[in-house]
Design a protein around this ligand. Structure first.
Ligand SMILES: NC(=O)c1ccc[n+]([C@@H]2O[C@H](COP(=O)([O-])OP(=O)(O)OC[C@H]3O[C@@H](n4cnc5c(N)ncnc54)[C@H](OP(=O)(O)O)[C@@H]3O)[C@@H](O)[C@H]2O)c1
Length: 336
């Protein structure tokens, strides 16, 4: 069995990786090592009923590691990737550090997993942004069958998309609002409780925020077509887990809603809710913990049975398919 490390094991994504390694690969505890920042060194995390001790990062430790699930932010990835590669380990990186680097593939296994077959040992495989992964899962089968001219997406992204500090901020702001806990400490985070924040990540001089640029550029790279016009507006909403997206597509060939639903249903790990499934549409509460991507409310242009414009709703758990599960699925393919 290969030796695996998680760097950033105490984070929102890292903790989900620990669960997903058990769920999907059942790696023995002795084959897994956990790393985090100096403040977490010595703390214990449970894996398959075994307490594993969190270690401090040191390049020397990686000579005995085959695969690294890296989830400690882009600064850490940029600083340490070369020394980990030099030690002989392959990195599956969750940060934005290497996604647009031409040397490395940006992979969603169901969409472009064939790229993993062409790799030599000790390289980087970039895991896409959470909001990109769930969108390209739905775009890929449509691109193949109907062709894609344009994508316009608006996102409704949960606070866990910004890690443990986002989860803590929403929790504390709600408690402070209702005076449940006057002792909560200050946390550096925009007002998110009872609010919607209409830009995610750093705002660029041209008016786009970095989350939107990630969605545009990563979609081009993963779908292998930079002629598809992509517009995106990314917003943070006060839910803890799962990202929702409202997506409009312009197709090369017109389609009916039923044809789109049928096309989506044939794609692995897409759950499609038929147009008339009024009882329950997917939402953050119902999708939490699912490793699949949920698509609902497929519609054509209002009043037309068939049109080249299609609209639908996507929900996925950003910590599962949007991050940890996608990385573990990449690892599964590499090992097999
Ligand atoms: N959250 C999501 O939905 C999501 C989705 C896709 C991609 N990502 C990306 O995944 C990465 C992790 O995100 P997250 O949400 O899990 O963040 P997080 O909850 O803030 O966790 C960050 C992790 O990195 C560790 N870390 C920080 N500095 C370190 C250092 N110098 N050495 C070793 N470990 C260090 C932290 O350890 P301590 O606990 O000890 O501080 C923690 O384990 C980010 O690059 C993020 O952009 C996140």
């Amino acid at each position: 069995m290969k030796q695996i490390a998680i760097v950033g094991a105490t984070g929102a994504v890292g903790q989900q990786m620990i669960k997903d390694l058990e769920e999907f690969l059942n790696v023995p505890p002795e084959n897994l090592r956990l790393f985090a920042s100096p403040r977490s060194v010595g703390s214990k995390l449970l894996y398959r009923n075994t307490e594993l001790t969190v270690e401090a990062y040191s390049a020397d430790a990686f000579s005995s590691i085959d695969y690294v699930l890296m989830s400690a932010g882009s600064g850490f990835s940029k600083k340490h990737a070369d020394e980990i590669l030099a030690a002989g380990a392959t990195i599956i990186d969750n940060s934005s550090a290497w996604r647009m680097d031409d040397r490395y593939p940006l992979v969603v296994p169901e969409v472009n997993g064939h790229l993993l077959k062409e790799l030599s040992a000790a390289t980087v495989i970039a895991n896409p942004n959470c909001s990109t992964i769930q969108m390209v899962m739905a775009l890929k089968p449509i691109q193949e069958k109907f062709g894609l001219k344009m994508v316009n997406v608006s996102t409704y992204q949960s606070v866990s998309g910004s890690g443990q500090k986002g989860i803590a901020a929403l929790d504390q702001q709600v408690k402070q609002h209702y005076k449940i806990d006057d002792q909560t400490s200050e946390i550096d985070y925009a007002q998110i409780a009872f609010n919607v924040v209409p830009a995610i990540d750093t705002l660029q001089d041209d008016g786009w925020c970095f989350e939107e640029i990630k969605m545009i550029k990563e979609t081009h790279k993963i779908l292998g077509d930079d002629k598809i016009q992509v517009m995106a507006t990314t917003a943070r909403v006060p839910s803890f887990y799962c990202h929702c997206e409202s997506v409009s597509l312009q197709l090369e060939k017109p389609s009916t809603a039923s044809e789109i639903e049928e096309c989506l249903s044939s794609f692995k790990d897409l759950v499609v809710y038929p147009q008339h499934h009024y009882e329950k549409f997917p939402d953050p509460i119902s999708v939490r913990g699912s490793h699949k991507t949920h698509v609902a409310r497929v519609r054509t242009m209002y009043g037309r049975e068939s049109s080249d414009w299609i609209q639908f709703w996507i929900v996925a758990d950003n910590l599962k398919k949007g991050a940890a599960t996608n990385a573990v699925q990449i690892l599964e393919k590499l090992i097999s």
